[in-house]
Design a protein around this ligand. Sequence first.
Ligand code: MTE
Ligand code: MOS
Length: 765
Amino acid sequence: MKNIDSKSHVRGESVYLDDIPLVQGTLYACVFDSQVAHGRLRSIRTAEAETSDGVVRVITSKDIVGENQIGGIIPDEPLLADGEVHFQGMPIAIVLAESEELARRAAKKISADIEPLEPVLDPRVAAANGDLIVPPKRFKLGDSDAAFERCDHVFEGRADVNGQEHLYIETQGAYALPTEHGGLRVYSSTQGPTAVQRAVCRVTGLAMHEVEVDVQRLGGGFGGKEDQANAWAAICAVGAQLTKRPVKYALHRMEDMRMTGKRHPYSADYRIGLDKELKIFAYEATFYQNAGASADLSPPVLERTLFHCTNSYFVPNVTATAYSCRTNLPPNTAFRGFGGPQGMFVIESAIAHAAEKLGVNAAEIQKANLIDNGDEFPYGQIAESDAITTWTQGDEKYHFAALQHETDAFNAASKYFKKGVAMMPVCFGISFTKTPMNQARSLVHVYTDGSIAVSTGAVEMGQGVNTKIAQVAAEMFGLPIEKVRLHTTNTLRIANTSPTAASAAADLNGKATQMACESIRDRLLEIAVPLVEAETAADLSLKDGFVHRNGERTSLDFNTLVMDAHLQRVNLSEHAHYATPGINFDWETARGHPFAYHVYGTAIVGVTVDCLRGRYEIDYVKCCHDFGSSMNTSVDYGQIEGGIVQGIGWMTIEEVFYDAEGRLRSNALSTYKVPDIYSIPKEIAILPLVTSRENLAVFNSKAVGEPPLMYGIGAYFAIGNAIKAFRQENSPPSEGGMAAASADGVVLSFDAPFTAEKVLMSLYK
Ligand code: MTE
Ligand code: MOS
């Protein structure tokens, strides 16, 4: 079944923030932001901007009626700089003008006197200075210290992984309108309507029931609008409150890139110990997360790095420690995988390191250590694992050994082009790791004409959650999907929402919708009992628009039944609440059962490297992916393809680059490259694994939004293998070939992304 939005998307009729018809009197906001990454804000000169054409008002921190604070988890993020600036791009003042152009023109006339201070950009330096966002977090299983003593092989090294620009097609933005009695209605391009509502309330001093937040859909979020939509909504709200006029701000691409945080870069140290059978017996990792200037979502992102630090492997002795380090970069934030990919990259690096030193294929180590049923994760949850199944089924279908053989044969015959292949297993936990967030609500109305309106807390951002929820309602009432309409995510209809994140939106909101529909359906079937002369409602069902009795269609159609129920004064609406059962986590002991279930999968990634130029192509990604029971294969396959391409982009060509002053140099699409049609894999093959277990999500489906991104990590190691093939031929035998090369760490370097420049340097160092 197609995504319900596909037609209106293709026709350009879908409504995004910038398409909302504006109310007369609307003002346009533009932010004046810091050019300096770290400094003391001595004064702001706004006089020239205030008298600039069309300017209605200039706002600085002292004008804010409520609190100058938008930090969600930790109150360490002023909306407008006050006293100090902490990153380049930090908002200092807001201009409100009669047109967008006039606002931008006036913002250029503002200047600030900032006494520069030394910026800290390296998380290890911040950690050494003791500048942490939260105290360090640690997971411990077994006794790694003692275990290393007993290992046959121990390797240690360092792995670095860079950030990633979200590059949602729709930039950040908001539109705030004053309503009666001093309230506000805010349209926002946000994954978290309630987070926006809270931030708006904080800066305006309004109570939550005075602020309505409404979201139609996003042109992509990818985590970048989980928390970071708040600032723009707060800015519009402050403007609307002070001027009593509607205020809109939709960021230009370069503003968005400069002022918003990205995926967290990490630097990590690892130590891995194996026995003779290649079993990983001990693993230690220390993660330095580059959090940027304020907490944002860094603490839970840091936690998820720990939750996924052993990826799909069972390791009996693990010590993993993570530091969230405060630096002078824009606050880094959620990004598809939420810290999990960064954790996985490090253990995959450790395995690649061990494989190279031991002269074995990394796949042998990976396979020997896949987590099995009953194994314990380093946080105490016992695995119900399909890791081995996805590996073996993927291998049976796509033949890793044959692909490796093909690669070797190609390499033997080719001097300047080398191929590489790598396996990438993935295990990703589903549920917000903060247990209270795993709740959702759905409001379902059945109208007297038999049509159905559904509102939930889920935000549609291209991932197809509205299609899945519409499918749930259609299925529950036995109606075609056209009879169901999903409405905007609105804090008046659905309160206290969790953000659409953690891949759990369809799980949570779909279940709530199922429950709401079930209640209405049961009431309808009770009404139907005498009408179709049934004995009990248990004999009745709804299918194809008719009431069925013992599976046989009756003459009573849905519309007649609904009208009848209404005339008998039966409630045709329901507001249902779902909370994921059976999950818990306690940070005191760092143990619990945080995830409803895990998603498993295994990918094989093949690449070809041009060893004269350092360029490469991704030949294929072939994966076996565990869907549970997919609710919508076209939506889910789209998520897998998109996730893989986004993951490959992160690992290969996307390079977020800040200079020594903390200025973003990759600040436009000319200097920041994401995968395009030419750089996506030539082939993506998906073998669906159907699994069924208790406690899966709605209709036994599994979440699919984030896990496939991590298949992209395989591209890094496939490129690494191609480079090794080239170097093996081209390093002088007197130096002992690979062994000598790796002794000084030349061949092995784990520093993602593997840009063409880095590939070239690694080929010839
Ligand atoms: N797919 C599209 N097209 N656009 C997006 O912004 N976000 C991803 C993923 N897939 C995203 C996407 C992220 S980060 C998450 S957490 C999930 O979708 C959220 O949606 P879900 O919970 O419905 O899977
Ligand atoms: Mo996704 S990073 O959980 O929004």
